[in-house]
Each structure stands twice: as C-alpha cells, then as structure tokens.
Ligand binder design. Structure first.
Ligand code: ZN
Length: 285
C-alpha cells in the first residue's frame, strides 16, 4: 500500500520564517506552493475503502479527520492505526464515543449498536484509549484561519445537517468561510445565499471509475462542506468519498474512488457483524 504523499513531510513544516526577510514578496511560498488539505471522514473501520482512497489521493500537505474512524466496519484496529499515522488533527464522531465508552449506544439502531459492541470488544486497549481522547469539535487548524472542522455541526457535534434550512441557520451563525463536516455520509456543499442556503452535489462523469469534481469557493460566501464517507457512503454512490481542499486557491476537489467492496463485505461477514452492514456497502445506502 502506498500512502500518497503522506510521509513526504512537505507542507506542514513549511514555515515562512525560514525565508529571508524582504524576499517574502518574491518567494511567498503560498504563491507557488498551495496548501492542500486531505479531508477524511466517516471511515467506519473500512480498511479496503481507506487504502483505496489513500492510493487515489493526489499530493497533499496534511490530513484532517472529521471522525467516526470506527463503527460498522470489520477492521477497527487497522483503520485506527493508519489514521493515527496520517496526522493528528481529529474531531470525534458519535461512533468513536460509543465504541470507547464515552457515550452509550442508546440512540443507535440495533444493527449499529451490535457493531458498536463488537467494535468495543475488538479494539485494543491502546486504540480504545486513543479514541477516548479524541477532541470534541469544532477544531481549528493552525495557520488556516478560514476553516473549522466538526463531525455533525458547529452547534452540536451529533447534529445531522441534511437540509438547506438547517444549513442556512448554521451558516448565518458561523464566522469562518468553510466549515467541514461529516456525519451524514452525503458528499457535497451547502453555500450561503441571499435566500435559503443552496446544496451543491458533486457531479461525476461515470459511477465506476475514480471521479473528481472541482468546486471553487466564491469570495464573500460561507460554506458547509462534507467530504462524504470513506467507509459507508449513503448518497447512492458506493465508491469511497473524500476531498482535498486547497486553502490558497479555495478549491475543494471532491473524490469518489472504487474499492474492493467484496473484500470489505467478506470481513464484515467473517466477523459475524450484521449482514445488513455488508449489503449496504454495495448500495451506497
Ligand atoms: Zn458516521
């Protein structure tokens, strides 16, 4: 497995202070070196989807993770290990909380609750302890004043932002340009508008291959942007979803990546997790 450019070490350590005074105008690193943030969410212990996504990801400078690293899928320890290795900027998801005992699974449907129990029993003590320490959103990224990260929404980490009406209320209240969120497993962006917020779903050429959709943020507008779910998409597209945000050019590039669904399903069935969790991966629902 390759991890894209994750270990290249570029970008994150990039410090304008390293440049001689007076050369900033000429050598402003951000004029020729854009900052590209790989944004992952809702991996849900799907190892095959995560590996395929990292292989398909373009060059990036650092990774942020919007939570729900575990739950539903059959490879929580492997996925936690890879996720920890990719970076240190996380917000916790409701499945991370439930699996690690911060919250109970009372609000979960029986299938999800069964997966949470299995996940809690399967995770190593070290990985459980790590999950317990994940921060509650919103989280900020050093040097990136215009973005924030949440699992559900800025006002409630467990809120599902599905509709334009609630997106509108949230966008009215936020101060930053781009709020990246997960939780709904639906890829796309809400843009502030004169009237109600507008939902912009990515459009892809086909539904089989690796697909990308570029979305340029407009000056003066605010956005709620969902990279979609790596490990359990629910927007009708079975391919793993993520995005890369270029904070200099303000372009979000949405990705869809085919992966070995059969193998992920095989792991779920072998772990004796509910069959529905395997079936839905093929449907993207
Ligand atoms: Zn989730």
């Amino acid at each position: 497995m390759t991890l894209g450019s994750a270990s290249s070490g570029f970008g994150l350590n990039f410090d304008t202070a390293d440049y001689p005074a007076g050369l900033g105008a000429i050598y402003n690193p951000f004029s020729w070196w854009n900052v590209r943030i790989l944004i992952l969410s809702d991996i849900h212990a799907n190892l095959q989807a995560l590996e395929a996504s990292l292989e398909a990801a373009p060059v990036y400078d650092f990774v942020v993770n919007l939570g729900d690293v575990v739950g539903y899928g059959a490879n929580p320890n492997e996925v936690v290990k890879i996720s920890r290795g990719l970076g240190s900027t996380f917000v916790r998801g409701n499945h991370d909380k439930a699996a690690s005992g911060i919250s109970d699974a009372r609000d979960f449907n029986p299938v999800a609750a069964a997966a949470i129990r299995w996940t809690g029993e399967t995770l190593s003590a070290e990985n459980l302890a790590w999950l317990r320490e994940l921060p509650k959103g919103p989280a900020r990224v050093e040097g990136e004043a215009e973005i924030q990260l949440v699992h559900g929404s800025p006002r409630d980490e467990d809120e599902y932002v599905m509709y334009e009406q609630e997106a509108h209320a949230i966008l009215d209240a936020v101060k930053v340009t781009a709020t990246f969120f997960g939780h709904t497993h639906v890829q796309g962006a809400f843009a502030s508008n004169e009237g109600p917020a507008r939902f912009i779903p990515p459009v892809y050429k086909d539904a089989r291959n690796i697909g990308t959709f570029e979305f340029e943020l407009q000056p003066g507008k605010k956005y709620l942007i969902n990279p979609g779910s790596i490990g359990q998409p629910r927007d009708g597209d079975w391919r793993a979803a993520f995005l890369v945000f270029d904070s200099s050019s303000k372009v979000a590039t949405f990705y869809r990546v085919p992966y070995d669904v059969k193998s992920a399903q095989g792991n779920i069935l072998a772990a004796k997790l509910p069959e529905r969790l395997a079936a839905r991966l093929a449907e993207g629902r």
